[in-house]
Design a protein around this ligand. Structure first.
Ligand SMILES: NC(=O)c1ccc[n+]([C@@H]2O[C@H](COP(=O)([O-])OP(=O)(O)OC[C@H]3O[C@@H](n4cnc5c(N)ncnc54)[C@H](O)[C@@H]3O)[C@@H](O)[C@H]2O)c1
Length: 286
């Protein structure tokens, strides 16, 4: 497919104050897109936006009214949203039975419900216009389940399934849906986790490039690194005995057995602050 230019496009990105979202905002700006960063950490989002030359506003993806305010303020500042990147997410780790209900709920609210809110809010205008693109940053854990991240995997599987179904539903409308599947990425979210044997760690910039590829080439699914895409697509067709053997070789339970809680403490502190924070009830603009 011919490469589509994103120069001048208005792109709204959730969770863009740091990590993959910030790297993506930077990559999009470098291509001439107008970028709006939404993040629950409004102060950090404003600093990030000032650095990359983007617009920013407070956003709590758990709250549909907050998401609506973010999109409306983006529209007022930059124009109609051409691309929505649902990137905000959290990844608590550890045994399922020990996970507090509030932490399980937060993953569903942010990683899944937040994506649903965003898509429902942008789609009517995109469909009416006959153009638009939604990119959902899921994870390879949305195709390849990891012990120690059961609820997280559940949310990411849901995002993959929902994205595929919606892509079919929107066929012939001019609106595209893509899903991006990163391996382990060197951000705060993965601090203190150990990847399985042979599982690569990529940079936020690698994932930003995957997001750009999804938009510019209208791809349904992109993984980072790219060579893992066949693994994510075809792993599940292996006979169970072979899958189990492959999992033993990879040591897929490393997240449980080699989780560095000390290194992870600052991220877990950020999560507990977020979870105890009531859903946003404030205005969105900076
Ligand atoms: N880092 C990895 O190893 C990895 C691997 C695969 C997929 N992912 C996915 O990539 C996405 C980005 O992850 P990251 O590694 O950049 O994480 P990160 O923690 O570095 O950044 C996530 C951003 O989302 C924001 N956020 C959290 N809750 C929010 C809410 N309710 N509303 C608005 N913003 C909120 C945070 O403030 C933060 O700025 C996530 O969806 C994650 O699941 C990450």
């Amino acid at each position: 497919m011919a490469k589509k230019s994103i120069r001048g496009a208005v792109v709204a990105i959730t969770g863009g104050a740091r990590g993959i979202g910030l790297a993506t905002a930077q990559a999009l700006r470098a291509q001439g897109a107008h970028v709006s960063i939404g993040d629950i950490d409004a102060q950090l989002a404003a600093q990030a936006a000032a650095r990359v030359g983007a617009y920013s506003a407070e956003l709590d993806v758990r709250d549909k009214a907050s998401f609506s305010r973010f999109l409306e303020s983006t529209h007022s500042a930059l124009g109609p949203v051409d691309v929505l990147i649902n990137n905000a997410g959290i990844m608590p780790m550890g045994p399922f039975v020990d996970e507090a209900d509030a932490i399980s709920d937060a993953q569903i609210d942010i990683n899944l419900r937040g994506v649903i809110h965003g898509m429902k809010l942008v789609l009517p205008e995109m469909i009416a216009r006959g153009s638009g693109h939604i990119v959902n940053v899921a994870s390879l854990a949305g195709r390849f389940p990891i012990p120690g991240a059961s609820v997280y995997c559940g949310t990411k599987f849901a995002v993959c399934g929902m994205s595929e179904a919606l892509r079919g539903e929107l066929r012939n409308t001019g609106v595209n849906v893509s899903v991006v599947l990163p391996s382990r990425v060197s951000t705060e979210l993965s601090t203190g986790t150990a990847a399985g044997n042979g599982v690569p760690t990529v940079t936020p910039e690698d994932v930003a490039q995957a997001v750009l590829d999804a938009i510019q080439y209208q791809l349904p699914e992109v993984s980072a690194p790219g060579y893992l895409r066949p693994v994510s697509r075809y792993f599940n067709v292996l006979p169970r005995w072979l899958e189990d053997a492959a999992r033993r070789v990879v040591k897929d339970d490393r997240i449980m057995t080699r989780l560095d809680r000390v290194a992870r403490a600052p991220y877990e502190q950020r999560l507990s602050t977020l979870v105890s924070q009531p859903r946003s009830a404030k205005g969105a603009n900076q």
